[in-house]
Design a binder for this molecule. Structure first.
Ligand SMILES: CC(C)(COP(=O)(O)OP(=O)(O)OC[C@H]1O[C@@H](n2cnc3c(N)ncnc32)[C@H](O)[C@@H]1OP(=O)(O)O)[C@@H](O)C(=O)NCCC(=O)NCCS
Length: 414
């Protein structure tokens, strides 16, 4: 189907080009009350041929985009569309424009052969109707530094040093990739992404949260950890009361985890240390003497939609050999609907094929999204009435098959 035949009621959908991308994303200003500052460079990572707009006449009134990601899944990785830039001009909302953009986008993701789509939702209610399930959890905390003593204080085994952007470019990506392949939910980052987004500092963010620091942890002559954080200086009559915001802490060894957090909690002139988009559970819950002082909060991380059931099921590995018949309800992507027999072999790899056999478990596409990376178990979804067990013991088998070694975590905002 060509763009010109895709009509969103009175608002046809078109794909951007390098020339039109700025105009096509203009509706975001009204939708988010936010302007992208060209100096922020994040726009450099956009893929114009994955950005669409709904037009009223010639004027873009809604937009949606996607990144071409590789997403870590248990035992491997899979092509995933990273959905982003979704916004409808408030003057045009609740007319079905989002729905038509989601239709267009998921058809496109399917045609590109990407098995998965993922996103961060501004509001979870928006995307579940389109088959997105809650696929990772995301933590946040803020702790007073004087309440952050470790339960087993240990002298550091390595050193932390601050580096500039150029040196960081030679260190951070490779350490991240070493950890990424073990953690479902992490996305591969291009060099442009590292330079223009992850390690890049912006005037806006500096104003809000302070300067971005890049720290490297080395022990035994090897890089074992990295930390990206901001420090917002602040003072009053009683003295310093700065705030440190940890953006991303990556550690490849237990001592790197321990020493990097001890270091972040030890930065002078800081009264409070905060972090968002953290793994759940968080290492500090085990390292601190008083973990309750973190005020640790758990929220939704990324939402995942299985766009191609057999490809997605074959992309990950499974905790043990076994077979399972899944009956999937999927009104929005009907090519997925029906019964699939998943057969996992001794090596953990699996194939999924259509079958007429009676279902072991019956679930919606969004429920498969919630179980796919291993964050939620089938039995947990069954206990709230979202998944139905068809044959005795099937939930336990499904749980064992889909279990992930590591808690899924996505630290990349997109
Ligand atoms: C959220 C937003 C994209 C919805 O766009 P829209 O064109 O008004 O949505 P539609 O008219 O296509 O609605 C599709 C369905 O989603 C529902 N819906 C839309 N916005 C919703 C919201 N914020 N919460 C819950 N449901 C919502 C509609 O009721 C409709 O339901 P139905 O299919 O059962 O009738 C738009 O309001 C917006 O841009 N908001 C601000 C920016 C934002 O939050 N973007 C999302 C970034 S992750």
């Amino acid at each position: 189907m060509t763009d010109s035949t895709r009509e969103a009621g009175p608002y046809p959908i078109r794909t951007a080009t390098a020339e039109t991308v700025e105009a096509f994303t203009a509706p975001l200003l009204a939708a988010f009350a936010f302007v992208e500052d060209p100096a922020d460079q994040e726009t450099r990572t956009w893929e114009p041929d994955r950005i669409i707009a709904a037009l009223d006449g010639e004027r873009p009134v809604a937009t949606a985009g996607a990144f071409s990601f590789r997403l870590g899944v248990p035992g491997g990785e899979a092509a995933a569309a990273g959905v982003t830039l979704v916004g409808v001009n408030p003057a045009y909302r609740r007319r079905g424009i989002l729905r038509s953009m989601m239709r267009h986008q998921l058809d496109d993701v399917h045609a590109r052969g990407e098995a998965l789509a993922i996103l961060w939702a501004s509001e979870g209610a928006i995307y579940q109707r389109f088959g997105y399930g809650l696929a990772t959890l995301s933590g946040s905390f803020e702790i007073a530094r004087e309440r952050a003593a470790f339960v087993r204080p240990t002298p550091p085994e390595g050193i932390v040093r601050l580096v500039d952007l150029e040196e960081a470019m030679g260190i951070f990506p490779s350490l991240y990739d070493r950890v990424r392949i073990q953690v479902p939910g992490m996305v591969a980052r291009s060099e442009t992404w590292w330079r223009s987004v992850t390690l890049h500092d912006t005037d806006r963010a500096r104003g809000e949260s302070g300067i971005k620091f890049l720290a490297v942890y080395e022990a035994g002559g090897e890089v074992e950890g990295t930390a990206i954080y901001r420090v917002k200086p602040d003072w009053d009559e009683r003295g310093p009361k700065g705030r440190l915001s940890a953006i991303e802490v990556i550690a490849s060894t237990p001592r790197a985890t321990r020493d990097l957090w001890a270091w972040l909690l030890g930065v002078d002139l800081v009264a409070r240390v905060a972090a968002v988009r953290t793994p759940v559970p968080h290492p500090l819950q085990l390292l601190l003497a008083e973990p309750r002082r973190l005020g640790f909060t758990v929220g939704d991380g990324i939402w995942l939609r299985v766009v191609d059931v057999p490809a997605a099921l074959a992309a990950r590995t499974y905790g043990r050999p076994g077979a399972l018949v899944l009956e999937i309800r999927d009104a929005f992507c009907p090519w997925n609907a029906g019964r699939w027999r998943l057969v996992a072999g001794e090596d953990g790899h699996a194939v999924a094929e259509r079958t007429d056999a009676p279902p072991d478990v019956t679930l919606d596409a969004a429920d498969l999204g919630a179980t796919y990376l291993g964050t939620f178990r089938f039995s947990e979804l069954a206990r709230v009435g979202r998944v139905v067990e068809g044959t005795p013991g099937a939930l336990a088998r499904a749980d064992a098959l889909f279990a992930a070694d590591r808690a899924p975590w996505c630290s990349t905002m997109f």
